[in-house]
Design a protein around this ligand. Structure first.
Ligand code: FHN
Length: 463
């Protein structure tokens, strides 16, 4: 077997062995992705902080199937509880989110200091949360609710000045053109799916039709593709069926570009970043690359352990931890896409709202250090916290207030001015061993993270 195909089989085997009943292993961190379209990513790099929304039929079972907790993330229940397609599709008849309020969701995002929203228009379960003519299996035609939440959210985002973006899964566990990978005592295991014999072409046709609808109906500023893990296989009669290929990914890429050359596209049209450069930015998940990544990148993360709502997952990250994650992303030059999983009634869980409001409060005072900032100039981690910068200014996000009340900034530049961002209290400075010294008050203005602003002449010259 040629090296390349052996490698490919290794990758596929790795995928399969690593996660038959769970989500795929942590995504390999993508190679640097260059700008691949005419549009400017300026708004996206400036905005830094977005809301991810995982909402679909999976909110109905909410992590419980036949009275048992289904393993892993809520939106994977169809796979992890091995639910046959027809049985899962019946959930649509129970989807009636009478408390859904798009304007309220956008207000919460804004109050959190989030500048863009990415909503799941179709997750791996194949159910479409938008009005589509490509299939009846959608929220308007197939539920008692008969409303289009994607349209409502798009409208609310336009009205409230937040960028509207869409998530779309390449993998589709409902489509007749994609088959379950294997079976467990007669019950399907969908992930990773595989194309039916001759299924690739009609599936690409279905997909391009829906992407055309999404762009023309809702004009997303960004398209967040996910998990194109459709694996090759050989039929019992020995016929080889290719999986998702680079050509497939480029076909979709070119199609979207043709309709809208300005829309930003992430790097997940290609499942494992094998197709170098196919993507405007990298998408590490649930983890923050310690020193950031070359090129544009965005960490997406859950507030508990699940993307789609799970009634029994109360393992919430603290607002302190989430604020530190946001700062860490910004100091690495990256964005932070933080997820909420609304209930089947259309309500964002209170623990998530509480944390988002705490983040918004911090950003109201310290947002200047995050929005429009650039990555830290320091190659090594700082002992006291993080740094971000703008021309002529260094923002030091102090998460560990020094007991000796002295910050040592490891750079040669002389400080022309130093102050606390919270109240503009002027701080004394000096040049000392190991860099520039900033003398601090006894108590930090904010125990979570306080920002010290340092004005300097020219570019930072780290020690
Ligand atoms: O399998 C999905 C998962 O359900 C979720 O949507 C995350 C969000 O980034 N993406 C895939 C796992 O990498």
């Amino acid at each position: 077997m040629k090296i390349k195909s052996a490698l490919k089989m290794l990758v596929i085997t790795g995928i399969i062995s690593g996660c038959l009943c769970g989500r795929p292993p942590q995504r390999a961190v993508a190679a640097p992705v260059g700008k691949t379209h005419t549009a400017d990513m300026g708004w996206w790099k400036k905005d830094r902080f977005g809301m991810f929304i995982h909402w679909g039929l999976y909110a109905v079972p909410a992590g419980v199937w036949h009275g048992k907790h289904a393993p892993e993330s809520g939106e994977w229940i169809m796979n992890n509880a091995h639910i046959p397609r027809k049985q899962y599709a019946q959930l649509a008849k129970r989807f009636d989110p009478t408390e859904f309020d798009a304007a309220r969701w956008v207000q919460i995002a804004k109050a959190a200091g989030m500048k863009y929203i990415v909503i799941t228009t179709m997750h791996h379960d194949g159910f479409c949360m938008f009005k589509t003519n490509a299939t009846h299996y959608n929220v308007v035609d197939d539920t008692p609710w008969h409303k289009d939440p994607v349209a409502a959210l798009d409208k609310a985002c336009q009205q409230q000045g937040i960028k509207f973006c869409t998530y779309y899964s390449v993998e589709n566990w409902h489509s007749k053109y994609q088959l379950p990978h294997s079976w467990n005592h007669g019950h399907p295991i969908y992930f990773p799916t595989r194309f039916a014999v001759g299924g690739a072409k009609p599936y690409l046709k279905y997909m391009t039709r829906q992407l055309g609808e999404l762009i023309r109906q809702y004009h997303p500023a960004l398209m967040w593709f996910d998990n194109s893990v459709i694996t090759p296989w050989t039929t019992p009669s020995g016929q080889h069926v290719a999986g998702w290929t680079e050509t497939d990914a480029r076909t979709i890429w070119d199609y979207v570009r043709k309709i809208d050359p300005t829309v930003i596209i992430n790097n997940r049209l290609d499942a494992w970043s094998k197709f170098k450069g196919l993507g405007d930015y990298s998408t590490p998940e649930e983890k923050i690359p310690p020193r950031g990544l070359p090129g544009p990148w965005e960490t997406c993360m859950t507030i508990n352990n699940t993307w789609g709502y799970v009634s029994w997952d109360h393992d919430w990250k603290s607002s302190t931890m989430l604020i530190h994650h946001l700062i860490h992303c910004a100091s690495g030059g990256g964005n932070f896409l933080l997820n909420v999983g609304p209930t089947a009634k259309g309500v964002i869980p209170k623990p998530e709202v509480d944390r988002l409001l705490a983040m918004g409060k911090w950003l109201q005072i310290n947002g200047e250090a995050i929005y429009g900032s650039h990555r830290t100039p320091f190659a090594k981690a700082l002992t006291f916290g993080y740094a971000t910068q703008k021309p002529g200014k260094l923002f030091l996000e102090v998460t560990k207030w020094p007991k000796n009340r002295t910050l040592v900034v490891p750079m040669r530049n002389v400080i022309t001015k130093a102050y606390l961002l919270a109240d503009h209290l002027k701080l004394q400075t000096a040049t000392g061993l190991g860099g520039q010294l900033v003398y601090l008050p006894a108590a930090a203005p904010d125990p979570v993270a306080s920002v010290v602003v340092v004005d300097i002449a020219g570019k930072v010259k780290p020690y």
